[in-house]
Design a protein around this ligand. Sequence first.
Ligand code: NAI
Length: 326
Amino acid sequence: MTVNVTVTGAAGQIGYALLFRIASGQLLGPDTPVRLRLLEIPAAVKAAEGTAMELDDSAFPLLEGIDVTDDAKHAFDGTNVALLVGARPRTKGMERGDLLEANGGIFKPQGEAINSGAASDVRVLVVGNPANTNALIARSHAPDVPAERFTAMTRLDHNRAIAQLSKRLDAAVADVKKMTIWGNHSATQYPDVFHAEVRGQNAAQALNDAEWLRDTFIPTVAKRGAAIIEARGASSAASAASAAIDHVHTWIHGTPEGDWTSMAVVSDGSYGVPEGLVSSFPVVCKDGKWEIVQGLDINQFSRERIDASVRELEEERDAVRELGLI
Ligand code: NAI
């Protein structure tokens, strides 16, 4: 059956990298035809139409149609997978409250449109920053959609952490399992290797280097976005699109046996993360559903870092609550 996929911010740089991979079958698999809905602001509709022309020109066998619109209601009508990429970036002199408010103006109506028009199996991935809190805003305006269908992306951080660890230990990325990103997709995120495995061995033991972990690994993963901007002169786009593909593909098709992934999902109170916050956890996916991995021992080093990131999420939640956005 054809799957309707909505992509917001379709004319942006992540959109440009993402759409072709969706249309080629990498999001849903090689047997699933897809219909794309591209949502943009009016000023960028023409650019999105240009991308749609290029999608046509690629003659993807699985692509059944493309709609470009600036109307959220139309964009989310009947959608099965919604990738919320478009967001308001922080501009010079903008306070955090202004940023949250501007994004509330985007994610509130999009949540409402998903609530009223999306398919009953809709799955939502928020990529646009501040991703966790944007997901919280959208979710709180979609009361008829099960809360677990709203997720935010920390898969790029997860993939970055795997890449850094595999390089350090001279291992293949496929040899790294059970990586975890906890908390917010921001500089406070906590990449946790204490439960990770490399070639079947515990990663922290294999490293045996607390200093590298604290002073190099964690800041490198957390600040990788800034390093990419510095090197490329533009923010990460293809790797972000790749992570979005991974996130949804894993959610639908499942995590491999003996492994898990990281997704920001609505907390049920696990690991002391207040219920309702959209926070990153280790999750396993099966039969199209995610579940937080339970029973992990959290050491003091990890506890402090998880708590700091969760505190930031609470502050963001309190700020959007004060603004009447949730
Ligand atoms: P971009 O600026 O190239 O594109 C954003 C697009 O969103 C623009 O075309 C803009 O017109 C559109 N847009 C703005 N408001 C919209 C609305 N209300 N409805 C539909 N479209 C709207 O930005 P880029 O590089 O594509 O990044 C997109 C977002 O993803 C940013 O917020 C960025 O911070 C975030 N991001 C998140 C990552 C993650 O790991 N969660 C990683 C990398 C980027």
